[in-house]
Design a binder for this molecule. Structure first.
Ligand code: HEM
Length: 303
């Protein structure tokens, strides 16, 4: 199932012309057939291994709800407007969302294999937080691990979707331009993420660009009560919108931020990540997907 999600994720991230010009669809028939076949395999797996066993268990113990899947299945009997198809779509969306996170973290590991200093910096933060392995990294640690968060943002900057299409639901104005209702408006994320107007050396992988040093005693005092400089992740960069903004903003963004942080820190706590052929690791701008068959990485247990 994971492989099928990865195939679909890679396919839909190719940015074909048919995404915006639906009349081209006859020329993409074989692509559509592939997507349908992967989607069918996923559906069969979910019906057989998730829905069937959960539904049986729920009907035996109606008061029990272990997790999100149980809650979705429960709403099937409680809510009139919810159909089985809606439930399965929602479940598939969330399961498929993990493919996005897996791909993002794999990209981050690729950068680490290419630029070992990035991995070393993250491992330094992990060691400080875990006190040399005595405790685990948790989501409460993000503020104290600014470099790690900045490295994830830097991966997102270079790889997130190039364009985000929207439709104006009413007559409006953007930046002084009149926009009529029903006009299609594209957010040009590619330009926002890679233009020299907004970023210094945009083609280079520099997590530090997301960091700032705040020298203020308002923020932090060390144990002796002395004010000291604090490095933190910059907030509200107006041109950095990997998840877009507004009503239709990505609903998975917190899952992405939290899960990729935990995954990356845990992998780097226990392994050094490298490659025998770092020069062959190529990153595609504006593409968060890696092909299902892609560069290999070497994970060496840390002693
Ligand atoms: C690398 C990770 C991800 C990136 C960069 C990303 C980015 C985006 C972007 C740019 C949009 C369009 C927002 C708009 O139209 O204004 C979007 C929409 C959406 N995303 Fe994500 N996403 C990611 C992962 C996820 C995950 C993990 C999930 C679910 C578990 C998810 C669920 C959704 C959904 C349901 C929408 C549609 C929201 C709507 O139209 O109301 N995304 N995402």
């Amino acid at each position: 199932m994971v492989r099928c999600f990865d195939e679909i994720f890679w396919e839909i991230n190719q940015g074909y012309a048919v995404d915006f010009l639906p009349w081209l669809s006859p020329f993409y028939a074989s692509h559509m057939r592939n997507v349908e076949s992967w989607a069918r395999t996923i559906r069969e797996f979910i019906m057989e291994h998730v829905i069937k066993s959960r539904a049986e268990k729920l009907s035996q113990k109606p008061e029990d709800e272990d997790d999100f899947t149980d809650a979705l299945l429960r709403s099937l009997s409680k809510e009139e407007n919810v159909s089985e198809n809606t439930i399965i779509f929602m479940l598939e969306d969330f399961l498929g969302g993990h493919s996005a996170i897996g791909n993002l973290v794999y990209l981050a590991l690729g950068y680490i294999a290419k630029y070992p200093i990035v991995g070393k910096q993250i491992q330094k933060e992990v060691e400080q937080i875990t006190d040399g392995g005595k405790k685990k990294v948790t989501l409460y640690d993000t503020e104290n691990m600014p470099y790690t968060v900045a490295a994830i943002y830097e991966v997102l900057r270079y790889s997130s979707s190039p364009i985000v299409p929207h439709v104006a639901t009413e007559n409006s104005q953007i930046g002084g331009y009149g926009i009529l209702k029903d006009t299609i408006v594209f957010i040009n994320n590619y330009d926002l993420n890679t233009s020299e107007k907004y970023w210094e050396n945009p083609k280079e992988f520099i997590p530090e660009r997301f960091l700032e040093t705040v020298s203020s005693n308002k923020i932090h005092k060390d144990s002796s009560g002395t004010a000291r400089d604090v490095v933190r992740v910059k907030k509200n960069i107006p041109h950095f919108l990997p998840f877009s903004v507004g009503k239709r903003t990505c609903i998975g963004q917190n899952l992405v931020r939290c899960f990729s942080f935990l995954l990356l820190t845990n992998i780097l706590e226990h392994f050094d990540v490298s490659s025998d052929y770092p020069d062959l690791i190529k990153m595609n701008p504006a593409c968060v997907a890696v092909p299902p068959e892609t560069y290999g990485l070497k994970l060496t247990p840390r002693t």
